[in-house]
Structures are given as C-alpha cells and as structure tokens.
Design a protein around this ligand. Structure first.
Ligand SMILES: O=C(CO)[C@H](O)[C@H](O)COP(=O)(O)O
Length: 225
C-alpha cells in the first residue's frame, strides 16, 4: 500500500490474515489498537456480529458497518482478534493494555472459542519485560500501589495527554503501569496481581492465545500454541 510504513504494513497483513479465519454467521470479539483495527476493517462485508472491546473498536465497527452485539445477547463468542503490546514467542503469554482496554479485552478474548493475536515483529520477545498495565478502582490506588511494590514492581500512574490528570478507562477506573523487569514466571505474577483487592484487571494474558499472526516483510508468520 502506497505511503504505508513498514510497521503499519506488517500490522495490516497480520490483521487481514486473521480476519480471513472468520466464518459467516460468527460472533467475533473485536480487539483494540492499530493492528486489530485492520482486522475490523477487513470484516466490512462479512456476515458477522461483533463484540467490541473498547470505545475505539466500537467506533471502528460502526464505521465498517459491522453489526454489534454484546455478551448477554449471544450464546458464545466464536473467535476474537486482538493486538498485543508484547508476546513471548515460546509460550504465547501476552502483555496487553497499552490502550487501556485490557479488562474488556480479557473478558471477551477469554470467552472466545479461539483467540487470535495480531502483531508486528517488534512485539515478539523471549521474556516479557514491558510494564504491565493494571486497571485499579480509583479509591484503591494507594493500597494497590503498595501491594504492587511488594510484588517487586515499580508502579507509575498513567497520565492523560492533553489533560491535567490521570487516564480514566472506559470503565471509569485508573491505570497503573507497573514495571517488573524481566517476567520469568508470567503465570505466577498474574495470579499475584489478580489477588490484590482493588485491582479490576491486569494486562498479563497467560494461556489465552491460540494463535499469533505476525506480519512480516511480504507475508505473515503463524505461531500456534
Ligand atoms: O492491548 C491493547 C489495547 O489495550 C492493544 O491491543 C495493544 O496496545 C496493541 O496495540 P497496537 O496494535 O496499536 O500496537
């Protein structure tokens, strides 16, 4: 595509490849972010119903003419397509939540019969090491930050660009980006984070991804888990 940067081309190839897996009549989870956006646009003429994971994906689906539904109107989710901020090649564990949508993403991606991740090569790693986004009830912030430090993390409240104050999620909560260095045991850390009172959801997705499609130069790499 003319004028498209290398990374954007990789995202487009990954998103469009994943969208080809969608079958007529399916209920599809619509992920958040610039890579998942390519998948949503590719569903323009598909006979599907979509469940958006965020305000952003809802808007994109409306633009593309994808009919929307919700978890309480369907019996199940056939497939979900979503991006990632980082994925571990060996295990398929993910860090998500760069767009602050990981709570709804985990509910919908986790409910799907199959969960396809779409990514460009910059997202691949051997060991996860990006800060983990943690969505937190506003009143619980001091307590949650202390508990994150006890888990070995360095919490950092996410500030909103163009606003004096923090990012507020689609669910009305705060986001804390918490650096843990190299995360050798994502499953263990995920369990500890989930046990903190006041944490609504964190961005570690462990044992959820079925396939990662990585857009590469002139193609797409498929990794199954
Ligand atoms: O987890 C997410 C949003 O909460 C996104 O999927 C993640 O940030 C990847 O985004 P992009 O495809 O734009 O790199």
């Amino acid at each position: 595509m003319k004028g498209e940067g290398g990374s954007e081309g990789a995202k487009r190839r990954a998103g469009q490849r994943a969208a080809r897996e969608v079958e007529s009549g399916w209920v599809v989870g619509l992920g958040t972010g610039s890579t998942a956006a390519h998948a949503i646009r590719a569903l323009e003429d598909a006979d599907v119903r979509g469940i958006p994971t965020s305000y952003q994906s809802r808007g994109l689906a409306i633009e593309a003419g994808v009919p929307l539904t919700s978890l309480d109107e369907v019996e199940g989710v056939d497939l979900s397509i979503d991006g990632a901020d980082q994925f571990a090649r060996g295990s398929g564990a993910l860090i998500k939540g760069g767009g602050g949508a990981h709570a709804r993403e985990k509910i919908i991606d986790g409910a799907a019969d199959r969960f396809l991740v779409v990514a460009d090569p910059t997202k691949a790693t051997d060991v996860l090491d990006r800060p983990v986004p943690v969505e937190c009830l506003p009143d619980a912030r001091p307590v949650v930050e202390n508990r994150l430090r006890e888990c070995g993390g360095e919490p950092d409240l996410r500030e909103a660009a163009g606003k004096d104050g923090p990012v507020i999620t689609d669910n009305g909560n705060l986001l804390i980006d918490c650096a843990f260095g190299a995360i050798e045991d994502p499953g263990g850390l995920a369990t500890r984070l989930s046990a903190i009172p006041g944490v609504v959801e964190h961005g570690l997705f462990v044992d959820l991804a079925d396939t990662v499609y990585v857009g590469i130069e002139e193609g797409v790499e498929r990794i199954d888990y």
